[in-house]
Design a protein around this ligand. Sequence first.
Ligand code: 3BY
Ligand code: FES
Ligand code: FE
Length: 411
Amino acid sequence: MDIRSDLLTRLRGRTPGFSLDQPFYIDPAFYQLDLEHIWYKDWLFIGHGCEIPNPGNYLTVQVGAYSVVIVRGHDGKINALHNSCRHRGSRVCQEHRGTAAKLVCPYHQWTYELDGKLLYARQMGDNFDTSNFSLKPVACESAGGYIFICLAKQPMDFAPFRAMMEPYFLPHRLRDAKIAYESTIIEKGNWKLVWENNRECYHCAGNHPELCKTYPEAPTVTGVNGAADDPEIAEHWAKCEAAGLPSAFVMDDRGQYRTTRVPLLRDAISYTISGRKAVQMRLSDQINMDRIGSLLLYHYPTTWNHILSDHAITFRVLPISATETAVTTKWLVHKDAVEGIDYRLDELIHVWTETNDQDRQIVEENARGIHSPAYEPGPYSELHEGGVSQFVEWYSNVMDERLDGAGQPSL
Ligand code: 3BY
Ligand code: FES
Ligand code: FE
């Protein structure tokens, strides 16, 4: 059986509410299909507009085989470009982030404008037409301070996501923020294991002593059923909405993204051990309340987020191989907040640095156990793992639809 048929047969034969068959988590050929049908087709969160505030500021990112540079142009617009020189293909920008007046390829110094146009190619002869050799564009959109790219030739409509998230995010003014700290950890596990772990708090009590001081274990907080039966959450929404902060649970029809605002335990303000604020200056000048809990945003396959009154923590997932995933965490504070005066960096990053490392260990142990020939799919807890089930359903539906529609032999 070819690999597509194998994957489809396993998806269609799986038991709903159970984890996936072993190859989904370890097989390089399955991973390649994930890249082609999810990572190369969906909108992907890359970073924040406030990270590249000035023309020439850029970020680079590796998504599977693609290298992409995201650069602020002279007109203030953010451009995403394939980071592959039109001469002989070298990467043009080699740093993870930087600033450049022009994008100059280090190999033979072909020189590109910040929008990708080739300006100059040394000694290529009088008849050389630079206009044929611009860096290739990648679709790029911004919403509420977040930059997304899409590698597909015909990207899906980004507008519905923006329409859903901006009313929730604009009051938090992430465009006036700065990155106080950034960390990237490599987890030795498939990207879907990273997500499955994130989508439940069944593991929290046993693994996250620091986070559990403030983040509720309640499945109504982490799950996908909103606050249907949780009066505490309903009350929190009413309080925040009365203050002009949209809060109720919303999710798109396909189940790819959702946002909601949740209360923290004991009315904590921030993810600190005490629950007190970590940053004395509020993240947003537009908000004059501290106890607003956490605004959550999930967008498969790249990001989950916690926006608090004093800071925000954003997470970016990028696959490296069938069995390795990079998780980048950014702590954002108001751009005028001063380290050592308005916040102590060690206190700001403590809880999520520990939590991330605990999650890394969990994911790696999960991956090791799944490698055993004795592994077979097991049941998700209906009470606690509805979010995991929902993620796996989303994955299965998307892969089924796209593999079936890919012109390959159907089953
Ligand atoms: O970061 C999150 O949103 C998830 C929710 C539960 C566990 N983890 C903290
Ligand atoms: Fe870029 Fe030659 S490969 S200038
Ligand atoms: Fe966790």
